[in-house]
Design a protein around this ligand. Structure first.
Ligand code: HAM
Length: 421
């Protein structure tokens, strides 16, 4: 009798390997709680239209890589190829947006894409990801990228990875760009491949993603999306870059980065690794301000990323040590926009020292932020106003005991290490 084996592109994770998986999962959970994110688990199959409406009908994922079938009652079902759309579906279905103005969620689980298997590419693979709903501000983009960076740092992978950043603008900007790009390509359209010609009508932006050398050559003089940014798009991108610099996160600007899913707006990014082969994308993500609305919810901006766990495990050396993240929970209250770089710099330092810190990405009043700190059961509130910034100090309020002290910003980490000893 022939032996029954795993299906092409799927793998058993054997007892000798599971400790490394658990180690990676532990880091994801720890860093999730360090940034105030909570885990969400959604089913592995969903209605097919969830993905065609979000990821996009003519993307590679939806047009040729999904495992889809008709259920006995005629419903079209699909094994999830990614988790952002299911998380958004769940966010809408359970009105998560009404329970808190910012929802911070993360997940770990299998995804399915019928791609040609090769090193770093499976048909069943595992993703972990982080998604933040409710803030359209650039500090939220910076926080999401900082989470990815923190995970890479914890695994000592940040030296071998490179962050590429781009903005594909808001919806209006992309509409104008789309037309300009078509105008540019039209005279040479017959020199493009069949797939690029199809994309010319459905999604011309994706032609920029071509790997074909002769197509790349024609596209050299193509207009750039940045020429079509609105003032707000430009400001948003500049702020994201500024905040990343404040947190010492190195990045390269790559105007050619478009990503293979249709739901993105403005910020898109990818971390690639030197240690991977041809499939060098370790992690990718971006902002998706219209997705909640597209899927039938109320307008809610969002941003997130997902990473391939098998790819992480390929580049991780050894099984690592136990992570040392403490749970002392700090809410960072920041008085105004000008102070944001200082607030981001200080909270980043605290997290690197192992403390759990939440910052407000909605630019609410200090009073509202204090209310939120209490609601979330934070143990400490850090208060940073103009006076404190001028004097290089910060107020530390113990929300349990009620007392408040002013300390020098340079003593902040030491102060918390002492408090939580
Ligand atoms: P994605 O770029 O399609 O984005 O996938 C994210 C990561 O999943 C990739 O960087 C790669 O590490 C891994 N991956 C993808 N396909 C495979 C495969 N066949 N085998 C192994 N690993 C793979 C998304 O899925 C978006 N949902 C990311 C996101 C979240 N955007 C906003 N929020």
């Amino acid at each position: 009798m022939s032996q029954i084996r795993t299906i092409k592109g799927t793998h058993d994770i054997l007892p000798g390997e599971t400790d490394r998986w658990q180690f990676l999962e532990k880091i994801i959970h720890d860093i999730g709680s360090m940034f105030g994110y909570q885990e969400i688990r959604t089913p592995i199959f969903e209605e097919t239209k969830l993905f065609s409406r979000s990821v996009g009908e003519d993307t590679d994922i939806v047009s040729k890589e999904m495992y889809s079938w008709k259920d006995r009652d005629g419903t079209d079902l699909t094994l999830r190829p990614e988790l952002t759309a299911p998380v958004v579906r769940s966010f809408i279905q359970h009105s998560l947006g009404t329970s808190a103005p910012v929802q911070r969620l993360y997940y770990i689980g299998p995804s399915f894409r019928r791609e040609r298997p090769q090193k770093g590419r499976q048909r069943q693979f595992h993703q972990f990801g982080f998604e933040a709903f409710g803030s359209g501000n650039p500090e939220q983009d910076a926080e999401i990228i900082a989470i990815a960076w923190q995970i890479l740092s914890e695994l000592k992978l940040n030296e071998s990875t490179a962050l590429q950043l781009n903005s594909i603008g808001s919806k209006d900007c992309r509409m104008a760009y789309r037309e300009a790009l078509k105008e540019f390509i039209r005279p040479n359209l017959d020199q493009f491949s069949e797939i690029s010609q199809k994309r010319f009508n459905t999604n011309p932006l994706r032609i920029m993603d071509t790997k074909a050398a002769h197509e790349k050559k024609i596209l050299e003089g193509a207009p750039s999306i940045s020429e079509f940014y609105s003032d707000e798009d430009t400001r948003h991108l500049e702020s994201v870059q500024n905040f990343l610099s404040v947190m010492n996160i190195p990045f390269g600007f790559n105007p050619g980065l478009v990503r293979g899913l249709d739901y993105y707006t403005r910020t898109v990014f990818e971390f690639t690794s030197d240690l991977l082969g041809a499939q060098d994308a370790l992690l990718g993500g971006g902002r998706y301000d219209n997705l909640v609305e597209t899927l039938g919810g109320r307008y809610t901006p969002g941003i997130g990323f997902a990473a391939g766990m098998e790819r992480f495990l390929m580049v991780m050396k050894g099984s690592g040590q136990k992570s040392t993240i403490s749970k002392a929970f700090i809410y960072f209250v920041c008085s105004n926009e000008e102070i944001l770089p200082t607030a981001l710099f200080l909270s980043d330092g605290l997290r690197k020292a192992g403390f759990s810190v939440i910052t407000d990405p909605l630019r609410r009043s200090m009073k509202a932020q204090m209310r939120e700190a209490n609601k979330l059961n934070a143990r400490y509130a850090l208060i940073l106003g103009d006076t404190e910034v001028e004097q290089n100090t910060i107020q530390v309020k113990d929300l349990k005991v009620g007392d408040q002290v002013s300390i020098s910003q340079s003593d902040l980490i030491h102060h918390f290490q002492h408090l939580t000893k």
